[in-house]
Design a protein around this ligand. Structure first.
Ligand code: OAK
Length: 827
């Protein structure tokens, strides 16, 4: 141990990078960290000791990264995100340190299987879906690219709920991810930050005779930082993710204690701790709850305070803030940071308003992740004013100044002022957070080319006319470390054998595989990889859920949050239609390639239609799987609790990727990228990043169907009537009638009546309008799949041509177009 101790300025040294060095450290952690001997250690003891050992290997790099960053005084990115959907940490740390083989061998020498310990880790599910997973990919990429970044967020005590099925219906259980220990986090209670809420504001005259306003809050909470390592891939760099946990302040408790009200004091503590208690499980549909606004303000107030007071040098002149930081707003959840920075500069630092605004508007940039009007956050003025009265005043002032500017540019255009105001008047007076973000942000971006275009044209047209240069696009990406190297070791080895290991940090190099698509021997190896991944998936599902799949069938996968715009119902109609045609004798089941339809999806607990759809998928699955007439031809599987961990086994096994949202509704999608990179072909609409995937992989290697976005607009404007499609298309009618007949609900016609009637009379997302086109595309899939060699060739081309979808590339785009920051190299 002594060799690891230093005089306090130089960082510690990592343990020896060898099997013996690892074993020594592991046993030390087991004995001294867990307090058990090897023979008495539980699997959890072993896992915790292993995690702590692995993090020791990262520690020296972490401290060194922080030191270099401080010395370089480089511009940092502070990624502000209410969600991080990280996935398991152990394997990622192992590949980052290149320790997998050493650890495997070391553990084996002690009679322990690494795989067993991997399974013990509970993933931190601190996000709902795309937006949270994207944040996790981005911080991974920045660490790998040696770009200074702090990810700021919330350490929810309960992450996204654990989904179970009872009789096919979703039932939610709390996600107790911390209950068996949290070896990857470093709490720093001594560095807690106080956050204020409520109260009122008052005017006063300061010592210089200037009229000022101050906030007199009513209550406060403590934000305790928990640090997590974000290791770069084999580059000696470790960035920091800092998640805040809410605790009661002493002052808060004391006042009540002194009044002798013990029970109230404890309740007060619970009240404070509620703030970081649980992740809101709504994906893209904000509920406007007060606790949610508390969460948002809580984490950004902590983060701004932390950056200004702890990350920057003590005597730092905040006029230089834009040279040192860019706060990237991950959607509107952290936008309250804008008035918070203004409050710090104007009220606390006593700057002039204009001076403060000039700095503030250079420090933020805003990414929008949606197109759904119902997903755009608005906070009722009454609620915001009650919780953050000073911030509301600041927002009003920002708005007044902005509208005065607009009025100057467009004299007399009253309607435009109303349209562009941060304050909406109907249905109730409220703050439009996307407008505030757009006005304050130095840049505004969408997350795929089509999305950015629609954001300019449809969501924020007045703003894009006003500031055409403010708007830009950065197409999303995914980290190749987690989603290829770690999730698909067999494919990774095949690629590395073919083109060397450089692709892992330079994904465009996958292009070098293109010629191999024409090599029959390589194609065979590629198929072997897929087959291996299917066997691996099957083994996992057997262990996890007790289900067995045919491993020689086409694996057709739709995994994503359950949302009407994503159209899981369209997929169900396809399955029901096939089933119905087979059992009525119209379709010979041996004439189509056998398929396994796999679903994974969580529904927001209060989203009735989404939960109905989950019930429908499971009920259709139960009927289809039990029917001997379709046995071998159609199998439906819906493992509960789809999460990052399951994605890592499911995606590499897939043949077909379902990306079937209504055109113009999916901002980007990132699952679509993961599938293409793992050699699945896409059946998809012209939506989100599908557009770019198709352009890159080529029309021949993508199954396009459905209305285009302008066609959707037209049909809707003309008064869409879904029942006409039902009446005119016999296949569609038969599929819907079968559901309506109660065939999947033991004859009970009422169970799925809400879905049927919604489809026939409302169908907001034009499922019926796209049905025939989807079926035709599925016929093309079947035909293509029959030609094994051609299919494999397409699959290889999908991999080779999807290098653009690395989140490393996304990060370079952010740096070029938005942040203008620089890497700080470790050596
Ligand atoms: C969540 C809450 C509010 C607004 C948007 C979201 C969200 O998750 N959006 C998703 O973001 C992903 C990452 O950019 C995109 O790929 C998805 O298309 C989008 O739905």
């Amino acid at each position: 141990m002594t060799e690891n101790r230093t005089n306090g300025t130089a960082p510690v040294a990592a343990p020896q990078h060898s099997v013996e060095g690892f074993v020594k450290e592991f046993l030390r952690e087991l004995n001294f960290g867990q307090g058990v001997t090897l023979e008495r250690a539980s699997v959890n003891d072993q896992y915790l000791a292993l995690a702590r050992t692995v993090r020791e290997y990262l520690m020296a790099r972490w401290l060194e990264t922080l030191r270099r960053q401080r010395d370089a005084q480089a511009k940092s990115v502070a990624y502000l995100s209410a969600e991080y959907l990280l996935g398991r940490q152990l394997d990622n740390a192992l590949i980052a340190t290149d320790m997998t083989e050493i650890v495997e061998e070391g553990l084996a020498s002690l009679g322990i299987e690494l795989g067993k310990l991997r399974e013990q880790e509970v993933e931190p599910g601190l996000g709902n879906g795309g937006l949270g997973r994207l944040a996790a990919c981005f911080v991974d990429s920045l660490a790998t690219m040696s770009v200074p970044c702090i990810g700021y967020g919330i350490r929810y005590e309960y992450g996204i709920f654990r989904q179970t099925f009872v009789d096919g219906w979703q039932v939610e259980q709390p996600d107790t991810w911390l209950s068996l220990g949290a070896p990857w986090e470093f709490p720093h209670p001594e560095a807690a930050v106080t956050v204020h809420f409520g109260g009122s504001t008052e005017k006063y005259t300061d010592d210089d005779g200037v009229e000022r306003t101050r906030w007199v809050p009513a209550w406060d909470v403590l934000g305790v930082p928990y640090n997590y390592m974000v290791p770069g891939y084999q580059n000696g760099r470790v960035n920091t993710l800092r998640l805040w946990s809410a605790q009661a302040t002493n002052a808060f408790d004391l006042a009540i204690f002194n009044s002798g009200e013990y029970v109230d004091a404890v309740r007060a503590q619970t009240f404070a701790e509620n703030i970081s208690k649980v992740l809101y499980p709504e994906d893209s549909t904000p509920q406007g709850k007060e606790l949610r606004l508390q969460q948002q303000y809580f984490f950004v107030a902590c983060s701004l305070r932390d950056f200004v007071e702890n990350v920057l040098p003590e005597d730092f002149d905040l006029h230089g803030l834009p040279e040192r930081i860019i706060f990237q707003l991950n959607d509107t959840h952290p936008v309250i940071a804008v008035p918070e920075l203004m409050r710090i500069l104007v009220d606390e630092k006593k700057w002039d308003w204009d001076e403060a605004w000039a700095v503030t508007r250079q420090c933020f940039a805003y990414t929008c992740h949606t197109l759904l009007p119902e997903a755009l956050e608005v906070w009722p003025v009454a609620l915001l004013g009650k919780l953050l009265p000073r911030h509301l005043e600041i927002i009003y002032r920002i708005n007044d100044d902005f509208l005065a500017e607009v009025a100057q540019r467009y004299p007399g255009d009253e309607l435009r002022l109303r349209r562009m105001s941060i304050i909406a008047e109907y249905p109730e007076r409220s703050v439009r957070m996307a407008y505030l973000a757009t006005i304050a942000g130095s840049k505004v971006n969408g997350v795929a080319a089509l999305h950015s275009q629609l954001l300019r044209d449809k969501v924020l047209p007045d703003f894009s006319e006003y500031w055409p240069d403010k708007f830009t696009n950065v197409t999303n990406g995914v980290t190749p470390r987690r989603f290829i190297r770690l999730a698909n070791p067999a494919l990774s080895d095949l690629i590395t054998d073919a083109i060397g290991p450089g692709w892992i940090t330079d994904l465009e190099r996958l292009r070098e595989m293109e010629p191999l698509a024409d090599d029959p021997e390589f194609r065979q190896k590629f198929r072997d990889v897929k087959a291996h991944n299917k066997v691996r998936l099957n083994a996992l599902l057997q262990r996890r859920d007790g289900v067995t799949l045919p491993v020689d069938a086409m694996l057709d996968v739709m995994v994503k949050r359950l949302h009407e715009y994503k159209r899981q119902t369209l997929k169900v109609l396809h399955i029901v239609s096939l089933y119905e045609r087979i059992i009525t004798g119209e379709l010979d089941p041996t004439s189509i390639p056998p398929r396994v339809f796999a679903f994974g999806a969580k529904a927001a607990p209060g989203y009735k239609m989404a939960k109905q759809t989950i019930g429908l998928i499971n009920h259709v699955g139960r009927t289809v799987n039990a029917d001997p007439r379709v046995k071998g031809a159609l199998t439906v599987v819906f493992p509960p609790n789809y999460n990052v961990t399951l994605a890592e086994t499911l995606i590499p096994a897939a043949d077909l990727s379902e990306q079937i949202s209504l055109a113009g509704k999916e901002a980007s999608g990132t699952g679509n990228m993961k599938f293409a990179l793992n050699g699945a072909l896409t059946i998809g609409t012209d939506d989100g990043a599908n557009v770019e995937i198709r352009e890159l992989v080529g029309d021949d290697n993508f199954f396009l169907f459905g209305l285009l976005e302008p066609e959707v607009e037209k049909i809707v404007a003309a008064g869409y009537q879904p029942s006409r499609y039902y009446e005119e298309n016999p296949l569609l009618r038969r599929a819907i009638d079968r559901i309506a007949s109660g065939a999947f609900a033991d004859g009970d016609r009422t169970v799925f009546e809400p879905i049927v009637s919604n489809l026939l009379h409302e169908d907001r997302f034009l499922v019926l309008a796209d049905f025939q086109s989807y079926l035709d595309a599925q016929d093309r899939v079947d035909a293509a799949y029959r030609d094994t060699e051609a299919w494999t060739r397409s699959a290889i081309l999908n991999v080779a041509r999807s290098g653009f979808f690395s989140s490393d590339r996304s990060m370079w785009d952010y740096i070029d177009r938005i942040w203008h920051s620089q890497p700080v190299h470790a050596r």
